[in-house]
Design a binder for this molecule. Structure first.
Ligand SMILES: [Zn+2]
Length: 436
C-alpha cells in the first residue's frame, strides 16, 4: 500500500468508542483521510512522507467549540471589568471604529496560527466578515466553521429578516472547493437579537441544515431580563421560538436550571460550549457540568475570544476546567482525565455536528492529528497519557499539527504563515488601536 503520509511509533490516543490507546502502530494517510491504522511490521507499505512520533503522543486535533478569531488584536486591551461594561464601553465602540475586512483577515490569521501552535485543528467561530475569516483560517491551515453572525441593526424590517441565511448559503457555494471551511448561522444572543430574528434563524436552520451558534445564559442578568421581557427563562424562550429543534452550539450555558436542562435533553439537539477561563475572568459564574452530565446533555470546551481569555490555549482550558469542577463538586473523582479529554475532542466534534469526520483517530475519518512530544522534563515520567494531557501537558509540547492530511506545523514551525510577519503586523495594529 502507498500512503501520502505515515505517522509511526508513539502512543495513539484514539478517542474512539472503546477509547483505545495503541502502541507500536502507524497511521497511514491518503489524501485528506486516515486510510489505515496498523501494527508496525504487520504489513509492508511505502510512504511519500513519514513522521516518526517516537516518544510522543498522537492525539486527535483539538476542537475549539466557541471562538471569536478576529478579536485577537484586543488581547489585554480592557481587562478586570465585568461583562457588560467590558462589552458595551470598550469592545463594541472599538469594533465599530476599526473592524473591516482587512482587520478581520489580519487578526484571524494571527489567531489561527496561535490556535495551531496550541494543537487546535478546528475552531467554531463567531464573528463578522465571513470571507476574511474563511480565507485567513484556511491560509494558516486551520479548519474553521465560519458563522453569519447576527446582531439586530436599529432599522431591521422584513427585508432584514428575509435576508437571514442568505450569506451562509452564498458562502457555502463559494467555498465548496475549500475543505477546511464550513459555515453556521449565529444569532449573537437573546439580548442582541429580536424574537422575529431568532424565529427566522430557527426556520432557516431547519430548512437548510445550518448549525446554530449562540451565546446562552452567560450572566444572571441575561436570565432575569429574559424573564422580565418574555416571561420565560432563556432555554424555554428558545424552545418557544423553535431553536431547540435544530442542531445548536450554545456558548457558556452557566445560568441554566434543571427545568431548562430537561428541555435541552428532551429535544437532544443542543450542546453547551463551556468557556471556563473567560467566565472566571469576567466573574460570570460556573457552567454546571455535573448537572449537564446528569441530564445527558453533550458539553465541550472552548476558549471564547482572546479579548476575554486572554489566550487560545485549549489544553490550559481543559486543565483548569477539570480541576475547578472537582472542587465545585467537592469530589476528587469527578470528571476524570479520560472523560475530560473528550470535551476537547470527540464530544466537541459531536457538538458541531462533525463526529463522523473529526474528533477521534479512526480509519475513514479526516486526518486531523496532533503530535505531543514527551522528551522533556515536564513530561516525564509518564504513566497515564490522559492524566498527562489534562494535568501536565501544555501548548509548548505541541510538535506537529496535521490538518486534513497536510502538515500545518512541523517540528514547532508553522508551515503556511510567517510568524515574524504576524508579530510585526500585530505591533502595527497595537499602534493603530492605541491611537483611537
Ligand atoms: Zn463568545
Amino acid at each position: 500500500m502507498t500512503f501520502d503520509l505515515v505517522l509511526k511509533n508513539g502512543s495513539i490516543i484514539c478517542m474512539d468508542e472503546q477509547r483505545r490507546v495503541l502502541e507500536q502502530h502507524a497511521i497511514g494517510i491518503i489524501g485528506n483521510k486516515i486510510a489505515d491504522i496498523f501494527p508496525l511490521g504487520s504489513h509492508s507499505y511505502t510512504a511519500k512522507a513519514e513522521i516518526d512520533a517516537d516518544n510522543c503522543l498522537l492525539i486527535p486535533g483539538l476542537i475549539n467549540a466557541h471562538s471569536h478569531l478576529p478579536m485577537t488584536y484586543f488581547r489585554g486591551l480592557a481587562d478586570d471589568l465585568p461583562l457588560q461594561d467590558w462589552l458595551q464601553n470598550h469592545i463594541w465602540p472599538l469594533e465599530a471604529k476599526l473592524v473591516n475586512e482587512t482587520f478581520v483577515y489580519d487578526a484571524c490569521l494571527h489567531g489561527a496560527a496561535e490556535m495551531l501552535r496550541n494543537g487546535i485543528t478546528c475552531s467554531n467561530d463567531m464573528y463578522f466578515h465571513m470571507a476574511a475569516i474563511a480565507d485567513a483560517g484556511s491560509k494558516a491551515g486551520l479548519r474553521v466553521i465560519v458563522s453569519e453572525a447576527l446582531i439586530d441593526p436599529p432599522d431591521r424590517g422584513d427585508k432584514y429578516l428575509q435576508g437571514i441565511g442568505t450569506k451562509v448559503r452564498e458562502m457555502k457555494q463559494r467555498y465548496l472547493g475549500n475543505q477546511l471551511v464550513d459555515f453556521s448561522l449565529a444569532p449573537h444572543a437573546i439580548y442582541t437579537c429580536s424574537k422575529a430574528t431568532l424565529i427566522r434563524c430557527a426556520e432557516v436552520a431547519a430548512k437548510e441544515g445550518f448549525l446554530i451558534h449562540l451565546h446562552l445564559s452567560e450572566t444572571e442578568t441575561e436570565v432575569l431580563n429574559c424573564i422580565a421581557e418574555h416571561g420565560l427563562r432563556p432555554v424555554a424562550y428558545l424552545e418557544s421560538l423553535g431553536l431547540l429543534d435544530v442542531p445548536a452550539v450554545f456558548a457558556h450555558g452557566i445560568w441554566v436550571d434543571d427545568a431548562e436542562m430537561q428541555l435541552l435533553a428532551k429535544h437532544g439537539n443542543s450542546s453547551i460550549a463551556i468557556c471556563t477561563e473567560s467566565n472566571l475572568k469576567l466573574t460570570s459564574g460556573f457552567a454546571p457540568i455535573a448537572r449537564y452530565q446528569q441530564h445527558g446533555i453533550n458539553y465541550c470546551l472552548a476558549t471564547d475570544g482572546v479579548a476575554s481569555n486572554n489566550d487560545l490555549d485549549l489544553l490550559a482550558e481543559l486543565s483548569i476546567t477539570a480541576k475547578l469542577h472537582k472542587t465545585l463538586n467537592n469530589n476528587a473523582t469527578f470528571l476524570p482525565a479520560k472523560q475530560a479529554f473528550a470535551g476537547v475532542t470527540i464530544d466537541a466534534a459531536k457538538a458541531i455536528g462533525k463526529a463522523d469526520e473529526i474528533g477521534s483517530i479512526e480509519s475513514g475519518k479526516l486526518a486531523d492529528i496532533v503530535v505531543i512530544k514527551l522528551d522533556e522534563l515536564g513530561s516525564q515520567p509518564i504513566y497515564n497519557p490522559y492524566s498527562h494531557l489534562v494535568y501536565a501537558a501544555n501548548s509548548c509540547s505541541v510538535r506537529d499539527v496535521i490538518v486534513n492530511g497536510t502538515a500545518s506545523m512541523l517540528n514547532g514551525e508553522l508551515c503556511h504563515v510567517n510568524e515574524a510577519d504576524l508579530l510585526a503586523t500585530a505591533t502595527s495594529y497595537r499602534t493603530l488601536i492605541q491611537e483611537q
